[in-house]
Ligand binder design. Sequence first.
Ligand code: ADP
Ligand code: ADP
Length: 225
Amino acid sequence: APVIEARKLGMVYPDGTRAIEGVSFSVEEGESCAIIGPSGCGKTTLLFIFSGLLRPTEGIALIEGKEVVAPPKNAALILQNYGLFPWKTVIENAALGLEIRGVKARDARKAVKPILRELGLEGFENHYPKQLSGGMQQRVAFARALAIKPRIMLMDEPFSSLDALSREKLQNFLLELWMKERMTMLLVTHSIEEAVFLGKRIVVLSHRPGRVVKVIENPMAGSVE
Ligand code: ADP
Ligand code: ADP
């Protein structure tokens, strides 16, 4: 059974704007799926629906066979603008995902330390987000996401705010992670390059309202090295 499934999803915002219409696709376990389309075609809307932050007005969003009505426990969310709390330090931000899930603050910090190290953030634990480059901030967001050992990663334009070098480094990190852990990934992006690099399956959406115009199987994904 698919891990992520959209069944004829539609979204009409309260002001009458139709963002998406009849969107159906599915992502199997361990598969990475990129959703690509022009600005305004409803990519963020779709990701928010799967994150449990927005209820669709039509259709059903399923994760692990269950309708999404709240943030799914096994899924981590990565947003374009990092989503870090400016008044919390790097390690406090990274530990937050575990704390929300009931882990004690001290234990959570202990658990995220090696992950921060792996992401090249050792020595920055007590810095505040604004003291770091964009690439480093997004790595903190990845540390927070990975700390919960997610089976599913939901990502909204995670590389768009980064400079070219940071982007390439973090994309490679994500690709290696995916090949190693075989998480199920859903990535929305407006970048064809990124979709081809990371998406085993690429779902192409039309202009607003977003409709699925094409689903491409992409054997190229992950075929670096
Ligand atoms: P994308 O992420 O592909 O750029 P979005 O999901 O952000 O697209 O938006 C899809 C469409 O829905 C856009 O036309 C946007 O202006 C509109 N939209 C997004 N949020 C709202 C909202 N809260 N109320 C009304 N329209 C919205
Ligand atoms: P990234 O490409 O991931 O954004 P950078 O190339 O900006 O990383 O930075 C590489 C290294 O330089 C970082 O790992 C860090 O050690 C250091 N560095 C960069 N920006 C800052 C900053 N604003 N404050 C402190 N150290 C920084």
